[in-house]
Design a protein around this ligand. Structure first.
Ligand code: PEP
Ligand code: MN
Length: 341
């Protein structure tokens, strides 16, 4: 349920509603704009309805939400959310994130070299997996804690925030110690225990769309994170499974546009995992931005031929430089800017 307060409702009026809700055992999440406060209510429906909040001073309207998500919806918060990452980076509200780096962390030299080259052409965050979700248990599984440390060193040397995956909720605290953004991979999108846990932690979360998740399922998963109190969430369209096999997955650009309508949470695209082909990554980055994406995630490797993971979709640093050159004029055209200050 959403309680829409009248324009300029007083702080006491808002607090009165919150008190009543909390006394009834419900949770009240406030979204305060310049003029309007909206209260997102989570709790037993019947109990909450019986409070008859419509009649209270300062209350304009009570909306009974039928969707399985509330806090992520634009009804709850009409304006774009902006997620700050580290001292300089941001995403959302016209700030475009450029997250670049290899699929997996392989060595400190590799990470330092990638960090230097992507930073030089405008990347705003460094990515790399230390805990890898591999289809085969015999494939490279990542360097774990050592990998996190290597990436942190490289990122600090080049003043970039670190984005990396939490594969198992048992590693969440460790990953949070070394990273700035906690990525939930496609295979874990509906790992609700993990989403709950990350929702209670104070680190930005990047939630990737599941391989066959619907838009409603993505938003419901996102709701878990916000419900825990964490407001720093970024969604990522990384391609979904379709009948098409020419590309690794199918980049759902209409899904990006739909998500931008439905939620205030920033949405980025990952054309590397979506296409699986380096020759399609740059054009799909531009298409994603045109569709309204708040950022791009791109796999970049100093030597893609010898990458331990996802070489065929990884760009060389030079190709990434060309991609950035092609993206810059588009940002201007769309009246958005790189998310760095
Ligand atoms: C990744 O970004 O490293 C990754 C494994 O992606 P996804 O979870 O989208 O497959
Ligand atoms: Mn990868």
């Amino acid at each position: 349920m959403l309680v829409i307060m009248r324009d300029h409702a007083s702080r006491e009026e808002v607090q009165h509603v919150v008190d009543l809700l909390e006394e009834a055992g419900a949770q009240a999440h406030l979204s305060g704009g310049e003029v309007k406060t909206i209260i997102g209510v989570i709790g037993d429906r019947e109990v909450v309805y019986s409070l008859e909040l419509e009649g209270l001073p300062g209350v304009e309207e009570v909306i009974r939400v039928l969707k399985p998500y509330k806090l992520v919806s634009r009804d709850f918060k009409p304006e774009d959310s902006v997620v700050r990452v580290g001292p300089h980076a941001s995403v959302g509200g016209g700030a475009i994130a450029v997250i670049a780096g290899p699929c997996s962390v392989e060595s400190e030299e590799q990470m330092v070299s990638v960090a230097a080259s992507v930073k030089a052409v405008g990347a705003t965050m460094l990515r790399g997996g230390a805990y890898k979700p591999r289809t085969s248990p015999y494939a490279f599984q990542g360097l774990g804690l050592e990998g996190l440390k290597m990436m942190r060193t490289a990122a600090d040397e080049h003043e970039l925030p670190v984005v990396t995956e939490v594969l198992d909720v048992r590693d969440a605290e460790t990953v949070a110690e070394w990273a700035d953004v906690l990525q939930v991979g496609a295979r874990n999108m509906q790992n609700f225990m993990m989403l709950d846990e990350l929702g209670r932690m104070g680190k930005p979360v990047l939630l990737k769309r599941g391989l066959s998740a619907t838009i409603e399922e993505v938003l419901s998963a996102a709701e878990y994170v916000l419900k825990g109190g964490n407001r720093d969430l970024i969604l990522c369209e990384r391609g979904i499974r379709t009948f098409e096999t020419y590309t690794r997955n199918t980049l759902d650009l209409a899904g990006v546009a739909a998500l931008r309508q439905l939620t205030h949470v920033p949405v980025i695209v990952d054309p590397s995992h979506a296409t699986g082909r380096r020759d399609l990554v740059d054009v799909m980055c531009r298409a994603g931005i045109v569709a309204g994406a708040d950022g791009i995630m791109v796999e970049v490797h100093p030597d893609p031929e010898h990458a331990k993971c996802d070489g065929p979709q990884s760009l060389t640093p030079e190709a990434f430089g060309e991609l950035m050159e092609s993206v810059r004029p588009l940002l201007e055209l769309m009246d958005v800017r790189l998310g760095w200050d």
